[in-house]
Design a protein around this ligand. Structure first.
Ligand code: NAP
Ligand code: GCO
Length: 264
């Protein structure tokens, strides 16, 4: 049974894996046996990631690459193939959010979020699929969001991108499933990372941020998620254990999407 979840001999590329969810997922894939490749937009962040992986006893290989740059992505994939081999597992994790009321959001800001959160997963998947086809197998995991299903104030661009990412996931499944490529999504709930830090900032009087209290009331688990909560689902979707799971978005949200919320 354990072999089913083994990633021995596999090369996994986690985009934006210097910290946060990407770092946790990459660390988990490494502990399951994968060779980890990650990228970030500048050498300083790559070095920060390399130091963190080393401190955790994980041998990872870092590359400077902006996932929105198609030439840079193609160059990274070619360099990884030359230095390590064909990428077996792609985790499209890199992402940004801009919390701005839609009528106050510039088209440039909207486009930037779409570029990183939707166009880039397309670019990265397009770059790795040909070699996966040649090799006879591949795993693509897109980090979606509860905003792939729900909206809320100030996140119009992010929700549009993550909703699109859900459908890109289903389309890659549809187009390449017969080539033994499984493309699934992970939809994290509200996770404690730098991206959500502003939503958890304690109030001047020391009380919890209103949004923090809101999420606690909306989550059956009555807590924010931790990045470690995503590791098991990621290893499952990266491994042979999920070879007949395709086009699925696995929500790791503590039950938020199933729950109307605690009465105030
Ligand atoms: P995070 O802490 O902001 O980390 C995002 C990572 O992506 C960082 O390493 C960041 O590097 C990198 N990145 C951003 N733009 C990039 C680009 N153009 N090229 C390469 N790397 C880039 O976010 P997180 O909370 O870990 O979230 C990771 C993923 O999970 C995102 O897709 C996010 O939308 C999704 N998600 C998060 C939550 C949550 O509650 N935290 C819930 C659901 C889904 P820089 O420092 O250089 O920007
Ligand atoms: C927000 C949060 C969410 C989380 C996540 C939820 O502002 O509502 O940042 O978008 O990041 O995507 O699944």
């Amino acid at each position: 049974m354990q072999n089913m979840f083994s990633l021995e001999g596999k090369i996994a590329w986690v985009t934006g894996g210097s910290y946060g969810i990407g770092y946790a997922i990459a660390s988990g894939l490494a502990k399951a046996g994968a060779t980890i490749v990650f990228n970030d937009i500048n050498q300083e962040l790559v070095d920060k990631g390399l130091a963190a992986y080393e401190a955790d006893g994980i041998k990872a290989y870092g590359y400077v690459c902006d996932v929105t740059d198609e030439d840079g992505v193609n160059a990274l994939v070619a360099k990884v193939k030359e230095e390590h081999g064909v990428i077996d597992i792609l985790v499209n994790n890199a992402g940004i959010i801009k919390r701005i009321p839609m009528t106050e959001m510039s088209a440039a800001d909207f486009r930037k979020v779409i570029d990183v959160d939707l166009n880039a997963p397309f670019i990265c998947a397009k770059a790795v699929i040909p070699a996966m086809i040649e090799k006879g197998h591949g795993k693509i995991i897109n980090i979606c969001s509860m905003m792939s299903e729900l909206g809320r104030e100030t996140v119009s661009a992010y929700a549009a991108a993550k909703g699109g990412l859900k459908m890109l996931t289903r389309n890659i499944c549809s187009e390449y499933g017969e080539k033994n490529i499984q493309c699934n999504g992970i939809g994290p709930g509200y996770i404690e990372t730098p991206q959500t830090a502003p939503l958890r900032m304690p109030q001047p009087d020391g009380s919890r941020h209103p949004f923090d209290q809101f999420i606690i009331s909306k989550t059956p688990a009555a807590r924010w998620g931790k990045t470690e909560d995503l590791v098991g689902p990621a290893v499952f979707l990266a491994s042979d254990a999920s070879n007949f799971v395709n086009g699925h978005i696995l929500y790791v949200d503590g039950g938020i999407l199933a729950y109307i919320g605690k009465q105030p």
